[in-house]
Design a binder for this molecule. Structure first.
Ligand SMILES: Cc1ncc(COP(=O)(O)O)c(C=O)c1O
Length: 447
């Protein structure tokens, strides 16, 4: 029997998959047009941090649209843009003083890379251009951002189009390439950055980019304490800028405004996206050190870059309303508290032999699935175990963000969880119980 597909004119991501028609969202739930309810256990793709259908945000958007929706960044500034920048600078670590507006995460990542490059040229170091990144990372799907990412499944078709981008191994304690334990290792994974800088040439390396907690490609890789402090030291030793890709982790997802705060590390630039507007409008930012802005202003006088929708008043007004809502409901603290509850409840999944690891920080958690828990052997990629679990959960009304290839770019399965911060303990109990059922059923089928 042919499986059901969507019979319309959209170029869907996976044309062979059936996508239900969404009707509306409210709080942590979405409903489709057939009346089925879904618990949004992943905020879509780690986006919906304050929940769906919040009226205050709709009202703020409508009020701004009645005044002015669009102005071009080369012609006007606006009150919402000025206020949002001021607000973000207050939330960011000291020294990060300038906000550049973008629309999507990949664009913001590439904006940070271009900003760093222009800064190096403008400060008289034109030989510095290389950006080092990590394997098992994701920085976006546009070509430049994809070249920095370290996920072979996403990269393989486009490899011939990439510039040279050196990669180092990630901080992946569960699969430590050196076979060390987090409590006793010497942070060999951080020292790899120094090795790469020396191989590439310190005079040629401009920046290092990393997600503080790896999201899409491996299901919440939380580095051990000391990792980012060591990375910062190495960057400083070789005059290399540190770009924190906080597209997923920023604005409370890990229980702090920005995830690098957990390790008292101040980057030179923060890329911040999804939670900033919580899905209510595409608005993303790069928050840069004041020094970067000063050098570019005094040398070239212009950042040679820009996109049509950047800095539009509507997006800025929406993000301001989201931040107001977060403050009014103490949602960053709530993410920390409910995140601890989620991580504790997820431990029940260890009863399934195919659950190899459970990790998380704030309301950002990952469950890694393995064929053999003792050896950590992965399932064959063709089995698509992460999709089996994700689809089973979806059919039961739970949205997760499954992924594969975390172990080595091809092998590995995980389920990423990132529910809205307004989720209750009872809803977390539901989430875990549906995931438990889904994993149990897939495990039985695979036996
Ligand atoms: C860490 C990280 N950086 C960049 C991006 C790219 O964002 P976008 O999909 O908005 O281009 C993502 C998207 O998931 C991400 O997780």
């Amino acid at each position: 029997m042919a499986s059901r597909v969507n019979d319309d004119h959209i170029f869907y991501r996976s044309p062979a998959k059936f996508y239900p028609m969404v009707e509306r969202g409210e709080g942590v739930y979405l409903w489709d047009t057939e009346g089925k309810r879904y618990l949004d256990g992943s905020g879509g793709a780690v986006v919906s941090s304050i929940g769906h259908g919040i009226r205050e945000i709709a009202a703020a958007a409508a009020a701004q649209m009645e005044k002015v929706t669009f102005t071009h960044g080369s012609q006007f500034t606006s009150r919402p843009a000025v206020e949002l920048a001021e607000r973000l600078v207050r939330m960011a670590p000291p020294g990060l003083e300038r906000v550049y507006y973008c629309s999507i995460g990949s664009e913001a990542v590439e904006t940070a890379v271009k900003m760093v490059r222009q800064y190096q040229v403008d400060r008289g170091k034109p030989s510095k251009y290389k950006v080092i990144s990590r394997w098992t990372s994701f920085h976006g799907n546009s070509l430049g951002a994809l070249s920095l990412g370290g996920h072979m499944g996403r990269r393989k078709y486009y490899l011939p189009l990439f510039p040279h981008t050196p990669h180092i191994p990630p901080a992946y304690c569960y699969r430590c390439p050196w076979g060390r334990e987090p409590g006793s290792c010497s942070l060999e994974c951080a020292d790899e950055l120094e090795r790469a800088i020396l191989y590439e040439g310190p005079d040629a390396v401009s920046a290092f980019i990393a997600e503080p907690v790896v999201g899409a490609t491996a299901g919440c890789l939380v580095p051990r304490d000391g990792y980012f402090q060591r990375i910062r030291e190495i960057c400083d030793r070789y005059d290399v800028l540190l770009i924190a890709d906080e597209v997923m982790t920023g604005i409370g997802r890990t229980g702090r405004n920005f995830a690098l705060e957990h390790w008292n590390t101040v980057p030179d630039l923060i890329v911040c996206a999804k939670g900033l507007s919580a899905g209510y409008h595409p608005v993303n930012v790069v928050i840069a050190k004041g020094e970067i802005h000063r050098v570019i202003r005094e040398a070239t006088g212009t950042f040679v870059h820009g996109h049509t929708y950047s800095q539009n008043p509507l997006g800025c007004a929406v993000a301001l309303a989201v931040l107001d809502y977060m403050d009014a409901h103490s949602l960053v603290n709530r993410s920390a508290a409910l995140g601890a509850y989620l991580l504790e409840k997820l431990q029940v999944l260890r009863r399934h032999p195919m659950v190899g690891d459970i990790r998380g920080l704030g309301l950002f958690a990952g469950v890694e699935l393995v064929k053999d828990r003792e050896t950590k052997e992965t399932f064959a990629p063709a089995q698509k175990v992460n999709a089996l679990v994700g689809n089973r959960a979806f059919a039961k009304g739970l949205i997760t963000y499954p992924g594969g290839g975390g172990a080595n770019g091809v092998h590995g399965d995980h389920i990423l969880l990132a529910p809205p911060f307004i989720i209750t303990e009872a809803q977390i109990d539901d989430l875990v119980s549906v995931l438990d059922e889904a994993i149990g059923e897939v495990a039985a089928e695979l036996r």
